[in-house]
Design a protein. Structure first.
Length: 272
């Protein structure tokens, strides 16, 4: 299969020529350094989000999977600057965080969100702290701790026991999954091992930024791993969970990835 595809590409002029026929060929790793390129990507996002007459808010860009674009805009002066460059008004600012505090203070809201989260993530048991953190629901966990009245915030099992009582959750069925789908994925793919996780992070970072970090070898040194929120909103909760569970945090993992020998990355990448 692979040899036939390679032969076909060579027949049509090789990889370099073939790449030109695709609309989204890998960008240079310096692509986002040019504000004009950022404007170009912003116009595409505005069209996709159907906000042609308004610059999207930072929250809308993040939750819609445009975190790399949002980061680039922030690096070049923020949303206000691009509003001026495109002569376009901005969407209203994101909601006041104090409104979130009021929302989570209502026990009914917390219960509804917990039920919704468990259904969305195919959970038969109540979530763990790490599962909520990996899915950007740190506020939900904090609300659980606060409402539970558990004095030791590290006593996770007491908090989860309180959550079961709140949700009226039955004892977990041993024949059904007790973990969220993304936990099962992280364990199945062996993200605990760095040689398995590193090439997947590299592939994801390439997809996320639109570049190809393996083809542009030295670019790995300038790689900036997307934030926990940006990874979550591109539906890679398995990567978030693996990073938090086995490899520290996103900043630590970013530094390790940058300093992993390129030859090792190349070998691991080819084994994917």
């Amino acid at each position: 299969w692979y040899q036939r595809r390679v032969h076909g590409l060579r027949y049509h002029g090789g990889f370099r020529k073939a790449l030109k026929v695709f609309p989204d060929v890998p960008k240079a790793h310096t692509y986002w350094d040019d504000p004009e390129n950022v404007c170009k990507e912003l116009r595409k996002a505005m069209q996709s989000l159907q906000t042609d007459e308004l610059i999207p808010s930072a929250e809308l860009l993040t939750t819609s999977g445009y975190g790399r674009l949002r980061s680039a805009m922030e690096e070049h002066g923020g949303l206000e600057r691009f509003s001026e460059m495109l002569h376009t008004a901005r969407m209203p600012d994101d909601p006041d965080p104090s409104q979130e505090d009021e929302y989570w203070a209502e026990l009914q809201n917390l219960e509804e969100q917990l039920h919704g989260w468990c259904e969305e993530n195919q959970m038969e048991d109540v979530p763990t702290r790490l599962e909520l953190l990996a899915s950007t629901e740190a506020r939900m966990w904090s609300a659980c701790v606060k409402h539970s009245g558990v004095k030791d915030v590290h006593d996770e099992e007491k908090v989860r026991k309180w959550i079961r009582k709140l949700m009226g959750a039955p004892r977990p069925d041993p024949k059904k999954p007790k973990q969220a789908w993304f936990v099962a994925e992280a364990e199945a793919y062996g993200w605990r091992r760095w040689e398995n996780l590193a090439p997947e992070l590299l592939a994801f970072a390439s997809y996320y930024s639109g570049t190809d970090y393996m083809r542009q070898g030295r670019a790995v040194k300038s790689l900036v791993l997307p934030s926990l929120e940006d990874i979550a909103y591109t539906l890679r909760l398995d990567l978030n969970y693996a990073i938090l569970k086995w490899h520290g945090n996103h900043r630590v993992v970013n530094n390790i990835l940058r300093n992993t020998p390129r030859q090792s990355l190349k070998q691991w990448y080819q084994r994917r």
